[in-house]
Every structure is written in structure tokens, then in C-alpha cells.
Write a protein that binds this ligand. Structure first.
Ligand SMILES: *Cc1c(COP(=O)(O)O)cnc(C)c1O
Length: 355
């Protein structure tokens, strides 16, 4: 018996980190930035006349595209913008991963990639990270239908060098290689410098982490103008007005304040390095993170137990069950003060466990 359900496109959705609502919580579970957006963002938002919302926004998002192009030192024809990098990545999967051969991404990585691959019926294979959670570049030197990986990788925080990224791109000139740079501003090397040399490279970045605007939903891609025009063709076939009037205004203001951006990133990097030292003293180990989080496991206390204990104390971190990830916690870098509260709690808790 056929019902309408036989025609449903069934998917197992991506599960985002929880957004709990407590006054006194310390939220270190979704890699948000603990600092507010650039001061210009507030001004831009308060300058929006509700009357202006009557009109559709600029479908080409020209002001934002120009501002990003200028900030990244590329031409505006090389920039594509979307509703967070999740939107940009989904459009990119739809546009560029349309072959028969499997696309490649690491076994441990951003857990949205396999969801999009399933949604769009794209075959995929997942080369395994080595025992230290590092990408083995040679795994990507074989026939495939496209490649995507984050740099630094999530949730490991491990970065590839620019030379390694270039090798992967150079070995795969016949497919599109997407480098998801959601966390690149916290100390890794961006592949934007390679887009003029390789027309098969697409670099994706977001305002959600380093620019403190996860709630605004702005992401972008940089690549050869031909890649970008194919992306725009798909976007205009799907939804012409992805970027709303407020996001466009706030985005331009955020990009223009380079000094504030550099300052925020620097603070987070300093706090991350301090947190690494403290966590080591407490018996944690982790690969060296170049992101705004640390993926750590403890020498004696199981990660799930720590996760629950922290949670009861309204300190939220992220826990990914699973064979290779299940004894780790992904801890976002908050303010210095927040990380002091976290490490102090862990010190006391681990001491009590020993009694
Ligand atoms: C956070 C994140 C994104 C998506 O961020 P948006 O908020 O949609 O811009 C994409 N890729 C990775 C690896 C991320 O961690």
C-alpha cells in the first residue's frame, strides 16, 4: 500500500549543540565568540529604518560582497555570500558535488558534511584521521568526485599547513576542493592566497566565530570567478534573497572594523594558550588546537562523566559519543574569566574524585 510517505525525502538531520537558557551559565559548547560584535555593527543595526524593510534586499548583496572582497584582497567576482557558512556549504555541495564518484572528507570532521551528502544523494568516502587526529594528505591523492575538509579541522582543532592544503588542491585539479575555514582566524594559514592559482579551490569562511555574529547568519566563499558564478546560478534557482537587509548592513560594518576583529582574535588566542597550559596541569591531553576550542581527554576521568558534572554546574561543553571521539570534550574558548571558572571547577572536581 503506497502512501504519501513513500515519496518523502527522508533525512537524518544534523544535531546542533544545545542553546540552554540560564542566567548564570558558562556556554562553551557551540564555539561562539564570547565578545560582542564590532561597535559599528550596533550602529548599523540601529540605523535601519523599519520603513526600509518594505523593500526586498539587494539580491546580489553587492555592498557586503564588495566589503569582503576588499578585506580579503580579491575581486568582487570572486566572492559569494550566504546565510551563514552552512548555507554557503550546502549550496556548494549542490553545485560542485554532482558527479558519480564519491566525494572525500575525514572520518572525524564537521558532522554536517555527511548530512548534506545524504540529503543530496552524493556518494562519499571518509578517509580516517591518523591516531593523533591528523589528516593524512596522501589519502586525498586518489580518484574522487570532490573534496571537503575544515582547516583547522573540527572538532579536533588540528590545522594543516598551507603547503599541505596546496598539495591536496594541486593533486585534484579535475574536481572542486572546498576548504572550510570556519576557524582559520584563530591562528591557521588561510588558503585564500591560493585562489588565483587554482580555479578548483573554494575557500569558505563565516562571521559566526571570529566576528562574533553567529546570530546574524553570514558566511562567504572565495574562489575563481567561474566557481562563484556557478554558485550564484544555483542560489538564484533556489532563493534569490538569501541575505536580509539587517544582515547586509551589519555584515558590512563588521568587515570594515579590522582593528576590533584583530583584537578579539588575539584575546581568544591568548586565552586558548593559557587554557592549554592549565588543562595539561590537570591531566588533560589534546592535539595542538589552532581553533577557538580544545578537544581534550582526561587521563583518568571519562569524558562523559566530566560532561555531566560540568553540565550540572551550568558549564556547557560539547560531547560527541562514538568510538574515536567518545572520551573527549570539545571546550570552546570563552573569556579569560570563564576559562578560570572552568579550570577551577575541574581542579576541585578531579580532586574530589581521587578521595
Ligand atoms: C560553525 C561551523 C560552520 C558553520 O557556521 P555558520 O554559523 O553556519 O556560518 C561551518 N563549518 C564548520 C567546521 C563549523 O564549525
Amino acid at each position: 500500500m503506497q502512501t504519501w510517505e513513500a515519496n518523502v525525502r527522508r533525512v537524518v538531520p544534523y544535531t546542533p549543540g544545545e542553546q540552554p537558557d540560564h542566567q548564570d551559565m558558562i556556554k562553551l559548547n557551540t564555539n561562539e565568540n564570547p565578545y560582542p560584535p564590532a561597535p559599528g555593527v550596533c550602529k548599523a543595526l540601529s540605523g535601519i529604518e523599519p520603513e526600509s524593510l518594505r523593500l526586498y534586499p539587494d539580491p546580489a548583496a553587492d555592498d557586503l560582497v564588495k566589503a569582503i572582497a576588499e578585506a580579503c584582497g580579491v575581486k568582487k567576482q570572486q566572492v559569494f555570500v550566504g546565510v551563514g557558512s552552512d548555507d554557503v556549504l550546502a549550496m556548494s555541495f549542490l553545485t560542485f558535488f554532482n558527479g558519480k564518484k564519491p566525494i572525500l572528507f575525514p572520518d572525524i570532521t564537521y558532522s554536517f558534511y555527511d548530512v548534506w551528502a545524504e540529503l543530496f544523494r552524493i556518494p562519499y568516502e571518509r578517509p580516517v584521521l591518523d591516531e593523533h587526529f591528523h589528516i593524512k594528505k596522501e589519502d586525498y591523492f586518489r580518484e574522487n568526485g570532490g573534496i571537503i575538509f575544515p582547516n583547522p579541522n573540527a572538532p579536533t582543532g588540528v590545522a594543516l599547513s598551507l603547503a599541505d592544503v596546496e598539495e591536496i588542491v594541486a593533486h585534484n585539479r579535475e574536481v572542486v576542493v572546498i576548504v572550510d575555514e570556519a576557524y582559520v582566524d584563530f591562528g591557521a594559514q588561510s588558503a585564500v592566497s591560493l585562489v588565483d592559482k587554482y580555479d578548483n579551490l573554494l575557500v569558505v569562511q563565516t562571521f559566526s566565530k571570529s566576528r562574533s555574529m553567529a546570530g546574524m547568519r553570514i558566511g562567504f566563499a572565495i574562489g575563481d570567478s567561474k566557481l562563484i558564478s556557478y554558485l550564484n546560478d544555483v542560489k538564484y534557482s533556489f532563493n534569490s534573497y538569501t541575505m536580509d537587509t539587517t544582515a547586509l548592513a551589519a555584515g558590512v560594518a563588521a568587515v570594515k572594523d579590522r582593528e576590533y576583529f584583530d583584537g578579539t582574535c588575539r584575546k581568544i588566542i591568548e586565552t586558548r594558550e593559557w587554557t592549554k597550559k592549565e588543562l595539561k596541569k590537570l591531566g588533560f591531553s589534546f592535539e595542538d588546537s589552532m581553533a577557538n576550542f580544545i578537544f581534550a581527554s582526561h587521563e583518568s576521568c571519562p569524558a562523559e562523566k566530566l560532561f555531566q558534572a560540568l553540565r550540572e554546574h551550568h558549564i556547557y561543553v560539547r560531547y560527541f559519543p562514538g568510538k574515536r571521539t567518545g572520551n573527549h570534550l570539545r571546550i570552546t574558548i570563552g573569556t579569560q574569566k570563564e576559562m578560570e571558572v572552568l579550570t577551577e571547577f575541574l581542579r576541585n572536581y578531579l580532586n574530589e574524585q581521587k578521595i
